[in-house]
Write a protein that binds this ligand. Structure first.
Ligand SMILES: [Zn+2]
Length: 318
């Protein structure tokens, strides 16, 4: 690897975060830009990314840039095939960025990068196999198996959120029904809380100004911290479904540890305790195996950026 700094970049639908990351996963300087969204021009997204990288590097030479993109990246890591919140469709982003930045560039899906970071420096450190479940508005994920990230034939492995758990259930943005993320995600949490508010008193009535449509995920989390019963029930349901879906994944993949990241995981044990109970209840052979630990991610919103840098720094244990 040539001399210079390694920059990791995490690009999502609203912002791009770039940072200089050292071999221990420590981030020394960061830069933030907004992204143009799905209707923007592809060049604008590329410009935002390049500007963030150059600002983070602060004039130091670039040894390489790793990019975590919120979308489907082809198995070779050359192109973003499709991104629900970005304008790219089959864009040869790796080559375009290498030309503009004058250094090696590697791409991967953002959930894969976050999982790689947790595997090296975070909650799954030391494990040979792990599942990462990212709970934001929906569910994303990644599989770390026998020392590497499982990519799949299309680079699409780990899309756990769209496993069908309730035939004919809640409609999903993906066009199907009964997807797991309709029952266990930030959106599901808010939907549960709104429904329960109609039946029981809750501090959420006050924090939303009496308008259930104004309830947000963070409002439900802080209400649960105050002991609000509606908020706690909303978390109990989302946690129960988290455990049920996780049991299916554990039955298939038998990981050592399951790491839960994303915004909803900030609720900690309010989410994870009901999930652990449901995992034990529903996992095949639970009495005769070591049921994997279900733990909160430790690297927070920087995980994608740190994992992107790991693409370059060559520590490919995952
Ligand atoms: Zn779906």
């Amino acid at each position: 690897m040539s001399r210079g700094v390694v920059v990791g970049v995490d690009i999502g639908g609203t912002k791009v975060l770039a940072g200089v990351v050292d071999e221990a996963g420590v981030v020394s300087s960061t830069a933030l830009r907004t992204t143009p969204g799905r209707r923007g021009v592809t060049r604008q997204a590329e410009d935002a990314l390049v500007e963030a990288v150059l600002e983070a590097a602060g004039g130091q030479p670039l040894a390489g840039v790793g990019v975590a993109a919120a979308g489907f990246v082809d198995p070779a890591g050359d192109r973003v095939m499709f991104a629900p919140h970005l304008p790219w469709q089959g864009e040869p982003l790796r080559e375009l960025l290498q030309d503009r930045l004058g250094c090696p560039v590697l791409l991967d899906n953002d959930a894969n990068c976050a999982a790689r970071a947790e595997g090296h420096h975070g909650a799954a450190r030391g494990a040979r196999s792990a599942l990462m479940i990212t709970m934001g508005t929906g569910i994303g994920g990644a599989v770390l198996l026998d020392g590497r990230v499982l990519r799949g034939a299309n680079g699409m492995a780990g899309e756990f959120g769209h496993m069908q758990v309730v035939p004919g259930g809640q409609p999903c943005e993906c066009g199907k029904t009964g997807c797991w993320e309709q029952y266990s995600s930030g959106n599901a949490l808010v939907r549960n809380a709104r429904a329960l508010m109609a039946e029981q008193p809750s501090v959420l009535a006050e924090s939303s100004g009496g308008r259930p449509e104004r309830v947000t995920g963070p409002m439900v989390t802080s209400a649960a911290e105050e002991g609000d019963l509606v908020a706690r029930q909303a978390f109990a349901s989302v946690g129960d479904w988290l455990g049920i879906g996780t049991a299916n994944l554990v039955a298939a993949l038998d990981p050592e540890v399951v790491v839960v990241g994303g915004g909803v995981s900030a609720a900690g044990d309010k989410l994870l305790d009901p999930a652990r109970a449901a995992l034990r209840r529903t996992l095949v052979g639970a009495a005769h195996r070591r049921v994997p630990d279900l733990v909160a991610a430790t690297l927070g919103p920087r995980a994608g950026m740190i994992g992107a840098a790991l693409l370059i720094s060559g520590q490919e244990r995952w």
